[in-house]
Design a protein around this ligand. Structure first.
Ligand SMILES: Nc1nc2c(c(=O)[nH]1)N[C@H]1C(S)=C(S)[C@@H](COP(=O)(O)O)O[C@H]1N2
Ligand SMILES: [Mo]
Length: 221
């Protein structure tokens, strides 16, 4: 995250400031919660068929040969996987919808990768473990409760619709947390920190909700 740091005039800093101001003013909230999922499209969302790209102005370029995934913190068995070790894990496929807090949703995304439950069974979280912080190679972070992260629809994805994840969309590997807004699905994933005490991530520190349920519009805190 070097671009723009310490330079209040960069495009990246302006974009961050705009989204942070939206969070402060509660923009985009409709007040029409749909906790029972009566509609497939959550309140305030509109369906897209393209796939927008959102980032902080930095797209890390990571070759699979250089990529590593470290899981550390409150675990009995910390790991660092290289590409071959990651791909040797049992592979799953899951279809889910994307809901971005900036109001676009995209249905029926077919993800391929390693289930978070598989990863957790390898690292063995300690009894006090409560939350994970996902780290992207661009310096991005986001926090997710361990319970949510362990959901059966969550995975560490390396492909979408059978095609390797592009650099734009977070390749080689990104997290997929379908039941939360898409800001929780960290791209260019290289580290998963397992913690006893919660630690807000990049957007959570800038006014976004600590959870992020689209049906009750947990956009901002
Ligand atoms: N590493 C990293 N992950 C990230 C982001 C980011 O800036 N850096 N942006 C988040 C946000 S706000 C969204 S909406 C989605 C966008 O994913 P996409 O570009 O594949 O649509 O990635 C999330 N994961
Ligand atoms: Mo987003």
């Amino acid at each position: 995250m070097s671009q723009g740091d310490g330079n209040g005039g960069s495009i990246r800093d302006k974009l961050v400031a705009i989204k942070q101001a939206w969070a402060q003013s509660g923009r985009l909230l409709t007040g029409k919660a749909d906790p029972d999922h009566a509609n497939r499209l959550p309140p305030g969302q509109r369906l897209v068929t393209n796939w927008p790209v959102l980032d902080l102005g930095v797209k890390p370029d990571i070759a699979r040969a250089d990529w590593r995934l470290t899981v550390d913190g409150a675990v009995a068995n910390p790991i660092t996987w290289d590409w071959a070790t990651f791909m040797a894990q049992p592979q799953v496929e899951d279809v889910s919808d994307i809901h971005c807090v900036t109001q676009w949703s995209r249905f029926d995304n077919r993800w391929q990768g390693v289930a978070t439950s598989q990863l957790l069974s390898v690292v063995q979280p300690l009894p006090q473990a409560n939350v994970v912080v996902l780290h992207g190679a661009d310096g991005y972070t986001t926090n997710v409760t361990l319970a949510r992260f362990a959901g059966d629809d969550c995975l560490i994805a390396h492909a979408h619709d059978g095609v390797p994840l592009s650099r734009d969309h977070g390749g080689p590997v990104r997290a997929i947390i379908p039941r939360w807004y898409f800001w929780k699905s960290a791209k260019w994933l290289t580290r998963i920190e397992v913690l006893a005490v919660d630690k807000p991530g990049f957007w959570e520190l800038r006014g976004y909700h600590n959870d992020g349920d689209p049906w009750t519009e947990q956009r901002y805190n």
